[in-house]
Design a binder for this molecule. Structure first.
Ligand code: FAD
Length: 415
């Protein structure tokens, strides 16, 4: 490697200090890697968990220390250098060098890109007014908490996905008036079937949230630079003093694409998380891969499980222990006293079975494809989740819907 003009070099450089980046560094050390590891992150605080940002952290139930992935001193103890507060803006794959936004450069032997994603921004007039918030990093959550602290009490949430609904639940708990605006005809449409969507819509309404579906917006209204309301697609408006936007994410991969990596929705990786560029891996939210639990469809997953397991795959491959990525997807979401746990992917399902009664607030929706269960959405149903996961991992075949629906028969007996 030509080190001329390079301000430093590390054996392994990890870009991104989120779930994937942190886990990759941890696994490298656990696997006995004794070379230098440098993690470069735009965040200016040590690695932390993102899920609590729309749950316990936002609610004030967990401090920042409690959501750190490891205590601050862990990284230095393990000889992992953290370069925080400065992002990678360019990569020279031939020279094996990254350039940071502060102008410095770092050489690498292997590079792991764990840049995650940025929130998709609103494209309507008024989107930059004070009081419009996104929920992706600690700074976002802190800004929202500061607004609440200074008296914001009427919130409009744009987007009825998991993050929007979780934020809505927390804001209700904190005593806010909350409206959720969802453009599609049901909440959670991108990730769950109609039964689950209807259940969550009803639950939020019961909790006092004004859920409006099939409701686009045309403008964020403001006065003196601050939000005062949202103009809806039907011409009506909703008054508010804060707007929370949860309309999806965009993979943070621009430098990698500019460097020549392949990918149209994130970065394409193979089963060892290798990109098309020599010695560069990509993991987590930004990595498009052929997923064995989705009939090898090329998808990106946005979950802690995926970031964590891909980090292990990439780190092991770098250490010479090449094992194809083969991890059952799982996910969770907490809203009010409802704990949703999902196992598997429901992509392409052609029927569902309801197991249990939603009125009891404990039930499971089972997604089937050609008679075979492919995913379980379990609401307050821990046993179904654990046993459903095992069924999927064992490569379960067809099961009679009537059997699946019978709560007297444990799922484990259907293997
Ligand atoms: P991230 O954790 O996002 O980390 C990426 C890091 O890279 C960031 O720190 C970013 O600043 C940095 N970065 C980006 N570009 C650059 C660059 N050019 N240079 C340097 N650094 C860069 N998942 C679940 O499974 N369950 C949940 O309940 C859940 N809840 C969530 C709630 C919220 C509010 C959010 C935001 C996410 C939630 N997720 C949940 C998703 C989960 O957090 C992500 O899937 C996971 O964090 C992905 O890990 P990652 O390492 O790919 O990306």
């Amino acid at each position: 490697m030509d080190n001329q003009g390079i301000s430093s070099a590390a054996d392994i450089v990890i870009v991104g200090t989120g779930h994937g980046g942190a886990q990759a560094a941890i696994t490298l050390r656990q696997q006995g890697h004794d070379g230098t590891i440098t993690m470069i992150g735009r965040d200016n605080v040590p690695p932390y968990e993102r899920p609590p940002l729309s749950k316990e952290y936002l609610a004030g139930d967990k401090s920042f220390e409690r959501i750190m992935i490891r205590p601050e001193k862990f990284w230095a103890d393990k000889g992992i250098e953290l370069r925080l507060g400065s992002g990678v803006s360019a990569i020279d794959p031939a020279a094996h060098v990254v350039t940071l936004s502060d102008g410095s450069t770092v050489g690498y032997r292997k590079l792991i890109w764990a840049g995650g994603a940025d929130p998709r921004r609103l494209g309507v007039p008024g989107a930059n007014l004070k009081g419009v918030f996104y929920v992706r990093d600690k700074g976002d959550a802190d800004a929202m908490m500061a607004a609440l602290e200074s008296g914001a009490r009427r919130a409009v949430v744009i987007g009825g996905g998991y993050i929007g609904l979780e934020a809505a639940a927390v804001l209700r708990k904190l005593g806010c008036e909350v409206t959720v605006l969802e453009m599609l005809d049901r909440v959670l449409a991108r990730v769950a079937g109609p039964q689950l969507s209807r259940f969550y819509e009803e639950e939020h309404r019961r909790q006092g949230v004004d859920i409006q579906v099939s409701r686009g917006i045309s403008e964020i209204l403001g006065e003196d630079g601050a939000v005062t309301g949202v103009k809806l697609g039907n011409g009506a408006s909703a008054e508010c003093d804060m707007v929370i936007v949860g309309i999806g994410i965009v993979p943070a991969v621009a430098p990698l694409i500019a460097a020549g990596a392949a990918g149209s929705n994130g970065i394409d990786v193979d089963e060892f998380c290798r990109t098309a560029l020599d010695d560069i891996y990509a993991i987590g939210d930004c990595a498009a891969h052929a997923n064995p639990f989705a009939d090898n469809a090329v998808i990106r997953l946005e979950s802690v499980q995926n970031a964590h397991d891909m980090a292990n795959t990439a780190a092991r491959a770098i250490m010479g222990d090449k094992q194809p990525y083969h991890a059952l997807p799982w996910f969770w979401s907490n809203q009010y006293d409802l704990k949703l746990q999902t196992a598997g992917l429901n992509l392409g399902y052609d029927s569902t079975v309801l197991r249990g009664d939603p009125a009891t607030r404990k039930f499971t929706v089972i997604y089937l494809k050609n008679g075979r269960p492919i995913a379980f959405d379990c609401v307050n149903a821990m046993k179904d989740y654990v046993q459903g996961r095992k069924l999927l991992e064992s490569g379960v075949g067809e099961i009679e819907p009537a059997l699946l629906a019978d709560t007297d028969i444990p799922l484990k007996d259907m293997a």
